[in-house]
Design a protein around this ligand. Structure first.
Ligand SMILES: [Zn+2]
Length: 371
């Protein structure tokens, strides 16, 4: 048997990205894009705000290959940019004609004002054959810019705006964890920010700013978008907002969202359970398929409520940890003082009573054998 050469072996192995030809929904021009091949890499962890992390790759894949850099598709003809899942049908479920949106983008571009300048700056030198963090971030910014231009036309777009801002925050986070890429990318980003600062003052430039914008748009989706149709949509979006709030260190807001999500989920679940248990007239009307759907829905609601409870638990644990650190500092600064005085200091600084009880336990020896 003739052994195969190494290169032959690699030729037969699936690539991490696959070139495909795609027609742009806005200008109808065809272009090449890269579709991610999820069979050769996968993420092992999920961050609190749902960011896929810690990618595992098959041996033949370049270790530097970073899947999120290929999230956005970009039309080189008209500059339309969208997440690969939304590029071909960007207005699915939206009651606005594609022509109306493409006309708005075209006219804004033709006006040669800020939008035109920004699109040119953000799309300058893009080369999808050699993607890097700088280009990935620019494409995310371009997608956000275009959606912000048409947000008044299609309220439903708030969901994608939230989504793209969240993905942008993840890219910033990934970049900050890669010292080599950061060293080459940060100076280019600084130049870019300087160039656009007057054209787009609230352009998200950091992970924090991108997360902040994501919350704003998810919030608006929850409040106003017809895309939020079912109770599952409602409770899921509240959970996403809460998860981002946790990342932003806005714990009170996160807790509020999680509590509201649990209440809605359990209330809806109770109604379903009542219907399922109903053996009277109403109950008998349910077909086997309807019953199965309702059981599935009830389980999903239960799962979401349980996840929310775990997140609330996590928030409580984090709070106690912070209180302990703060309390220990206070005790160190007041070393040697009387126990009652120390307690008073901790109470005055709003340290949680459980932390106080743990750090300054009552002297239990007293009164153990009172006789
Ligand atoms: Zn196009």
């Amino acid at each position: 048997m003739i052994p195969r050469s190494k290169s032959d072996k690699n030729e037969n192995k699936p690539p991490p990205i696959i070139r495909c030809r795609v027609r742009c929904p806005m200008c109808q021009e065809a272009s090449y894009q890269y579709r991610m091949n999820n069979r050769v890499f996968w993420n092992r962890d999920i961050d609190i705000d749902l960011q896929p992390q810690n990618y595992a790759k098959l041996d033949h894949v370049d270790p530097d290959f970073h899947p999120p850099l290929y999230y956005m598709w970009y039309c080189p003809e008209c500059h339309f940019t969208a997440g690969y899942r939304h590029f071909i049908h960007p207005l699915k479920d939206v009651y606005v004609k594609t022509e109306a949106v493409s006309t708005r983008i075209r006219e804004a571009y033709a006006a040669k004002e800020n939008f035109h300048k920004l699109v040119n700056i953000l799309s300058r030198g893009l080369d999808i054959e050699h993607m890097d963090f700088f280009q990935g971030i620019k494409l995310h910014l371009l997608a956000v810019l275009e959606l912000e231009l048409i947000e008044d036309m299609v309220k439903q777009y708030f969901l994608n705006l939230g989504r793209y801002c969240l993905h942008l925050a993840w890219l910033y986070r990934d970049l900050s964890n890669k010292p080599e890429a950061l060293a080459t990318t940060q100076p280019r980003l600084e130049e870019l920010y300087e160039e656009v600062k007057d054209l787009w003052p609230d352009m998200p430039r950091t992970e924090y700013e991108a997360l902040y914008k994501a919350v704003k748009y998810y919030d608006q989706t929850f409040e106003r978008s017809p895309q939020v149709k079912t109770v599952i949509d409602e409770v899921s979006i509240l959970q996403v907002i809460a998860r981002i709030c946790i990342k932003l260190n806005k714990r009170d807001e996160a807790r509020k969202m999680l509590t509201s999500s649990i209440e809605r989920a359990l209330e809806a679940r109770d109604k379903i359970e009542v219907k399922l248990r109903d053996t009277g007239e109403e109950g008998k009307k349910l077909t086997a398929d309807q019953t199965a759907d309702m059981v599935t829905l009830s389980r999903r609601l239960r799962t979401i409520a349980d996840e929310n409870k775990q997140l609330i638990q996590l928030l409580a644990e984090e709070r106690l940890k912070e209180h302990t650190i703060h309390a220990k500092k206070l005790l160190k600064a007041n070393k040697g003082r009387d126990l009652t005085v120390l307690k008073r200091i901790l109470i005055k600084n709003h340290i949680d009573r459980r932390v106080i009880a743990k750090l300054l336990p009552e002297d239990k020896k007293k009164g153990v054998f009172p006789w």
